[in-house]
Design a protein around this ligand. Structure first.
Ligand code: GTP
Ligand code: MG
Length: 196
């Protein structure tokens, strides 16, 4: 359904340049380098629509993509990027906070967490903000391919057990795979399939 239908339509550095909220919107948030832009690519099974990098701090604006004229997908700049200048870091973080707490039409924030590192202070801060602004969110554990399966399961359980929040949707586990012909696949599953 989604194949080849992702088109970039706006980049914003300040909230006044957010495009009109005409479509239901899903945003991808999380620390720098956690795999937000890669997940967007993988969801459309295309490499390169969204720029990714092995260096943290690549995405520096809020980037809006149109998915088959049905959905708006939003790539947020990452937080917690240790090497960025303080004032730059602050302005990205403020922009992300303003976006998640005020954006009309925002149906869900996928909060990406690196499976290896788990949740950090900044992630909890964002969750607190989303709780206060009643923004729906879902935790997505990324890069599950570089961690032993037992550690993936432990991480998912640890987040569930310590989660005193009201995560609106089940935790998802994901990793992507580049096939021999250059196509992208995203692997995605629930830690507890019996719960649907
Ligand atoms: P910022 O734009 O800096 O906030 O980063 P980002 O969250 O958009 O991360 P990005 O998608 O650019 O990916 C960062 C690095 O992680 C890249 O080198 C990706 O190839 C790698 N990566 C992303 N997802 C996965 C995954 O599922 N598995 C593995 N092994 N690597 C991944
Ligand atoms: Mg990015």
């Amino acid at each position: 359904v989604f194949k080849n239908n992702l088109t970039f339509f706006a980049a914003a550095k300040v909230s006044s340049s957010f495009p009109p909220a005409d479509l239901p919107e899903i945003a991808f948030a999380g620390r720098s380098n956690v795999g937000k832009s890669s997940l967007l690519n993988a969801l459309t099974r295309r490499w390169g629509v969204v720029r990714t990098s092995d260096k943290p701090g690549l995405t520096q604006t809020i980037n809006f993509f149109n998915l088959g004229s049905k959905l708006s997908l939003v790539d947020l700049p990452g937080y917690g990027f240790a090497y960025a200048k303080e004032e730059v870091k602050d302005s990205w973080e403020e922009l992300v906070k303003e976006y998640v707490s005020t954006r009309v039409g925002l149906k869900r924030v996928c909060l990406l967490i690196d499976t290896k590192w788990g949740m950090k202070l900044r992630d909890y801060e964002l969750i607190n903000l989303m709780e206060r602004s009643q923004t729906k969110y879902q935790i997505v554990l990324t890069k599950t391919d570089v961690v032993f399966p037992i550690d993936v399961a432990r991480r998912a359980m640890q987040i569930e057990e310590t989660d005193e929040y009201h995560c609106s949707f089940l935790i998802l586990l994901i990793s992507f795979l580049i096939e021999d012909d250059g196509k992208l696949q995203v692997w995605c599953w629930h830690p507890k399939p019996e719960n649907g």
